[in-house]
Design a protein around this ligand. Structure first.
Ligand code: SF4
Ligand code: SF4
Length: 738
């Protein structure tokens, strides 16, 4: 074609791309190192496997329910880019040599290998054009999930037809068509030169069809068409590459490193080391400024595809709270980009927001700064501000505090995100800074913190009453039976909440009926610290964790099974106490009861006539993948008909609204999460709602009361099983209390 033109295009675009990548890389470098990331053979193997599955295998695109069209469109475009990469290199080579080909001409269409590649390339290009059309349709129809029901995904659109996606989709569509144009012009010219007739060829179905359409055109016109197709494809690939670092499509380049660096322990929050020392030295305890993010968390910001799946599935977003996880990420990303000059400009720029602002940045704290963000009803005082300067505090300058206090830590966003972006670690990191350093947090939480600190439970009831629920049940204490095989960790809810106490009694009766050798800690048990940790009070959590580990290790619990009926205790004991020297075999009661059923130690002989919808607790399901055991226990009971909530079940289960210490805070803004969840459960037509968590139980019971549906029973799985089993006799609770 033209060696000079091709050299100029290659040098200029690659030089600018290198500069852009240098800018993005140096911003990743300002982050802190991730203590969980290690270059060990085990981690490298595991992380590489994740890259193969999630980044290259597009696992979340085809596995997740509800996004069939978008998933298909993404997969075909992704596949096309991979197939067409070879074609782009081929075209760059032809800039220097008109007939150049790979592998000594083996990829020419005169050989079968070349014909097969040519066919794959044309099919891939056609697939990418179809994918682009599907994305346009999704954006024009403003659909969230495939169901498209705005009531299901919240009334707030989280996807708009902005300029950037239009330009990118336009480039993809026309670039693919340009390749057909180039082939068509090229084939027609060659036929003209050799005097041969043009035939449709299976290996160039679109290109040869165009060549047939072009037959009869003059040489000049054909050469113009060939050149137009060639340069549009060969040069636009390079221009496209240069656009990537400045758009959401940067994920094309950042997704592999981001997935490689993924958080391998999303169910355990990272431990803050040396809290007191950090406080003395005035060091950050969480995330205060953008510099407090880890390298991985900064990569997250680069990698967001803006698909909105996180927000579609977020209980806060779909009940109209100010939190939208997608916009949380975008606000941080925009702030990071806007802070670049402050970070790397003249040293006296740092920390001076006005001086550091990029020329085109909107006014500080301007609510309509990002049109897309504010297409939904405006949050109070603006939830997302765009403010430059690397050392500005993120709260309240970049994010409204209500954003982080609306999160239930349910991990629905993380479950959905196709590029493995994390949220809970960032949100709790910000809460830590608010609670431990600034002392600014919802005042209801203070009551729970005080309760845990003074009485070892967030209800602030005397810990001396902790084992009162056992009256009449003959439950041994660990101090009386230190050799017990199973430690039943009761948890604060089942110890102090009247409704949850009944669940604990059912669990104990089932254990006794099955002949399990167990004991409880009684007054030696204290709160695991979960609400304190999720609420940002890491100091209080660590105090509780250290105390509990000392007690448990004192009874050699490492050699026993720890059984608990609370998913929050379950997750903390199992996944977070190892950081404090507590390594235990922890089992949730639904798993344990299922084991007793399989072993024939429990026999559900009495039919229970009920249509049951099981509610998946986030800390049991998404955090620990326990989905089947509760269902299997219910299915083992004659008369029970198990029904599922449409879409919102198992991995997609909607939070009840209690997680992330929300149980101890007043829910503000929008509709209540438990109402939304209750309505989903009621839609199944169930007459019984089953759960395996005392916090979910309270939220759903309140939801049923709110809907005046007290005719629907709300029971724990253990209670339903207890109805079906002939239990060892025990005094009813009221009699026992007398
Ligand atoms: S963890 Fe749950 S509540 Fe928090 S942002 Fe993610 S989806 Fe929303
Ligand atoms: S965080 Fe993940 S799920 Fe949410 S918009 Fe970005 S890429 Fe999509």
């Amino acid at each position: 074609m033209s060696a000079i033109a091709m050299t100029l295009v290659l040098l200029s675009t690659l030089a600018f791309f290198s500069w852009s990548m240098f800018r993005r890389t140096r911003q990743v470098a300002i982050g802190k190192s991730d203590p969980r990331f290690e270059w060990t053979p085990e981690q490298i193997f595991d992380r590489s496997k994740k890259v193969l599955l999630v980044a290259l295998g597009q696992e979340k695109m085809w596995k997740k329910k509800g996004y069939l069209a978008a998933g298909f469109a993404h997969i075909v475009i992704f596949g096309a880019f991979n197939v067409l990469l070879l074609n782009s290199i081929l075209l760059w080579g032809r800039g220097y040599d008109y007939d150049w080909n790979f592998f000594f001409g083996l990829l020419s269409t005169e050989h079968l290998l070349g014909q097969l590649y040519s066919f794959a390339k044309e099919m891939a290009a056609a697939g990418a054009m179809t994918g682009a059309l599907i994305f346009w349709y999704i954006r024009l129809s403003k659909k969230g999930r495939d169901s498209g029901d705005p009531k299901e995904v919240g009334d707030r659109p989280r996807m708009t037809l902005g300029l950037e996606p239009n330009v990118i989709l336009g480039i993809i569509f026309t670039m693919m068509f340009a390749d057909f144009l180039y082939v068509g012009g090229h084939v027609a010219l060659q036929a003209q030169a050799t005097g041969q007739e043009i035939h449709w060829a299976w290996y160039e179905p679109f290109g040869s069809a165009l060549a047939m359409a072009f037959s009869g055109m003059g040489e000049g016109t054909l050469r113009a068409l060939e050149h137009a197709g060639f340069w549009w494809h060969a040069a636009w690939v390079l221009l496209f590459l240069n656009i990537l670092p400045y758009t959401k499509h940067f994920h094309i380049l950042s997704v592999m490193p981001n997935v490689f660096a993924y958080d391998r322990q999303p169910n355990a929050l990272p431990k803050v080391e040396d809290i007191e020392g950090k406080l003395e030295r005035d060091e950050s305890l969480g995330i205060k400024t953008i510099r407090d993010l880890t390298h991985t968390q900064i990569l997250d910001l680069y990698t967001c595809t803006e698909c909105g799946r996180c927000s579609d599935n977020c209980p806060a977003f779909i009940t109209d709270k100010v939190l939208s996880p997608k916009h949380f990420t975008l606000a941080l990303r925009d702030h990071l980009y806007a802070s670049e000059y402050a970070m790397f400009g003249k040293s006296d720029d740092v920390g001076r927001p006005q001086d550091a602002r990029r020329p085109d940045a909107p006014a500080l704290a301007e609510e309509d700064a990002r049109e897309e963000i504010h297409t939904f009803p405006k949050p109070p005082a603006g939830a997302y501000f765009l403010q430059a300067a690397a050392d500005v505090e993120l709260l309240p300058n970049v994010l409204h505090p209500d954003v982080i206090w609306s999160c239930t830590s349910c991990r629905a966003c993380e479950e959905q995100c196709p590029v493995m972006i994390s949220y809970v670690d960032k949100i709790v990191g910000m809460r830590r800074e608010e609670v431990l350093v600034k002392g600014e947090f919802p005042h209801d939480l203070q009551r729970a913190f005080n309760g845990i600190e003074r009485n070892k439970n967030p209800w602030n009831v005397s810990n001396l009453d902790r084992a009162d629920w056992t009256k009449g049940l003959d439950v041994p204490l660990m101090s009386e039976n230190p050799g017990a095989e199973v430690l039943y960790w009761v948890g604060c809810a089942a110890s102090f909440d009247d409704r949850a106490k009944k669940v604990a009694r059912s669990v104990v009766q089932l254990l006794q009926t099955a002949g399990v050798d167990f004991a409880i800690l009684g007054t030696e048990e204290t709160c695991t610290g979960d609400p304190a940790r999720r609420g940002g009070n890491e100091f209080l959590f660590q105090t509780m964790a250290e105390g509990n580990v000392e007690t448990l290790n004192g009874y050699d619990v490492q050699k026993k099974t720890v059984l608990t009926a609370c998913p929050h205790c379950f997750n903390t004991l199992k996944n977070e106490y190892p950081d404090f020297g507590g390594h235990y075999d922890v089992v949730h009661h639904t798993d344990f009861l299922q084991g007793l059923l399989v072993a024939g130690k429990l026999r559900p002989t009495k039919p229970v006539k009920a249509k049951v919808a099981f509610h998946d607790s986030c800390y049991l399901g998404r955090y620990n993948q326990v989905y089947e055991s509760p269902r299997q226990v219910l299915e083992s009971i004659e008369g029970v008909e198990l029904v599922e909530v449409e879409y919102w079940n198992k991995q997609q289960g909607l939070c009840c609204g209690a997680g992330g210490a929300q149980y101890f805070m007043e829910e503000t803004g929008g509709t209540r999460v438990n109402k939304k969840r209750t309505l989903q459960l009621l839609k199944t037509g169930a007459d019984t709602v089953a759960s395996g968590c005392p916090f979910c139980m309270t939220m759903l019971s309140d939801g049923l009361k709110g809907e005046e549906r007290e005719d629907v029973r709300q029971l724990d799985v253990a209670e339903i099983l207890a109805e079906a089993v002939v239990l060892r006799a025990a005094k009813p609770m009221a009699d026992a209390a007398e």
